[in-house]
Design a protein around this ligand. Structure first.
Ligand code: NDP
Length: 401
């Protein structure tokens, strides 16, 4: 029976904690810590009600290595799951090194002053984690996370060569607000308003934000949706680990109302991350905007509809052309009924909790810093359906969607 420490009591933290509490045979002792302890207490009270499992709580500032080390020395976890914000990746990795505790996260490091996602700062920890004899598993949500496992599974079972990989992320949920984000608004808007980028023939190509659009006909009654080319972090590690891929792109669906609001907010400067002076004090417009928007955690009970996230791979097996579409469909209302959180948090938290199980049981192992595709995909694919995210595969007759 293992001890786990979860940092971050947002929507994702809520799902991870629920999922771990549903598996007491693995997670014998759970502690949830975050900046605001009352948020941890609210989650753990709900878990006690639903599962009759006790979860300990604590306050911690994850920007502060000393506080983190002291908490780990008290809790003595076998593994730390970081589901606070990407700004804290490096302080938490530093603290894990000092305390000798393995680490999982779901988003790669970002500096608060620069909307730039890249794995380099975390990959640089590889040697130190190897020497310390501990593991850091990066990007263990859905995308990144399950999409990386899907890619590894596609390569292992269906392709000798993968020529193109498209990651396709659809949120067809409706929360009834004209504008809200399904996860942390600051992180979400930074991601979406950044330039698009895709990989082709050995180089990265940049596109203006949300300037490349396609229509995709999603399964399970979702139907046709507009989706836009974005840069997304898992492409960096997937290209590194599958250099055979000639082209890789990432697509995400957005509704017209979301895009119109985003455009207006951008045009008036509300999405800026550089500080401005307001009534004698510095404020960051995007942080101010975040304080006005609905808390993503409050969207759960209002959101109806489904998500559909998957990969579309074209390549060859035994010299024969093949197209492979592998995806999951997750229902917002079902996610809410089970965990009190909507499907964006659910699809991030469930794979993260399963990855934690696979590390704690030694099914996945390694010293150093890893991305999800470096682990054997089979144990994850065998179990993820039982953790709430069944996968579906199909072999479309066309190459391009
Ligand atoms: P939320 O904003 O809902 O929650 C973040 C939590 O972290 C809050 O409880 C917050 O506390 C806490 N926190 C923030 N700063 C600190 C700090 N310095 N010390 C301690 N706690 C802190 O975010 P989500 O739950 O939606 O997302 C969590 C993570 O998951 C993010 O990194 C996000 O990028 C990632 N994600 C990954 C996805 C994937 O598929 N891979 C998809 C969706 C999200 P407080 O409330 O007190 O501020």
């Amino acid at each position: 029976m293992k001890k786990i420490l979860i940092i971050g009591a947002g929507g994702v933290g809520q799902v991870v904690t629920h999922k771990c509490a549903q598996h007491p045979e693995i997670f014998g002792s759970i502690t949830l810590a975050s900046r605001t302890k009352s948020k941890c207490d609210a989650i753990t009270a709900d878990i006690k009600r639903r599962h009759n499992v006790d979860v300990a709580t604590a306050a911690v500032d994850a920007d502060n290595v000393r506080e983190l080390v002291s908490l780990m020395n008290d809790v003595k976890p076998d593994l730390l799951i970081h589901v606070a914000l990407p700004y804290q990746d490096l302080t938490i990795m530093d603290a894990c090194l000092e305390a000798g505790v393995s680490y999982i996260d779901t988003a790669n490091y970002e500096h608060p002053d620069e909307a730039k996602f890249c794995y380099a700062p975390q990959w640089e920890y590889d040697e130190r984690f190897r020497k310390a004899g501990i593991c850091a598993l990066l990007g263990a949500g859905f995308d990144p996370g399950q999409t990386n496992v899907y890619t590894a599974y596609a390569k292992k079972h269906h392709f000798d060569v993968m020529e193109t990989v498209d990651i396709i992320d659809c949120n067809a949920g409706d929360h009834g607000y004209p504008f809200a984000t399904n996860f942390n608004p600051e992180i979400n808007i930074r991601e979406v308003s950044a330039k698009g980028r895709f990989y082709e023939n050995g180089t990265w190509h940049e596109t203006d934000p949300l300037s490349v659009k396609k229509v995709f006909d999603f399964p399970c009654g979702i139907g046709e949706k507009d989706m836009y080319l974005l840069y997304h972090e898992e492409m960096e590690s997937l290209i590194k680990h599958y250099p055979e891929v000639k082209r890789m792109r990432f697509w995400m669906t957005f509704g017209q109302s979301y895009l119109t609001h985003l455009k207006v907010l951008e045009n008036v400067g509300m999405t800026r991350i550089a500080p401005v002076m307001f009534q004698g004090r510095e404020i960051v417009p995007l942080q101010f905007l975040k304080s006005l928007l609905p808390d993503p955690a409050s969207l759960g009970e209002r959101t109806k509809g489904k998500t559909c996230i998957g990969i579309w791979v074209v390549g060859k097996q035994n010299g024969i052309d093949k197209t492979y579409y592998l995806y999951n469909v997750c229902d917002h209302e079902e996610s809410y009924r089970e965990t009190g959180a909507q499907a964006i948090s659910y699809t991030t938290g469930a794979p993260c909790a399963l990855a934690a199980k696979l590390l704690l049981t030694g099914t996945w192992s390694g010293n150093g810093v890893f991305n999800m595709e470096q682990m054997d995909p089979d144990p994850f694919m065998n179990e993820i359906g039982d953790w709430g995210l069944k996968w579906v595969e199909s072999f479309p007759a066309v190459k391009e969607f």
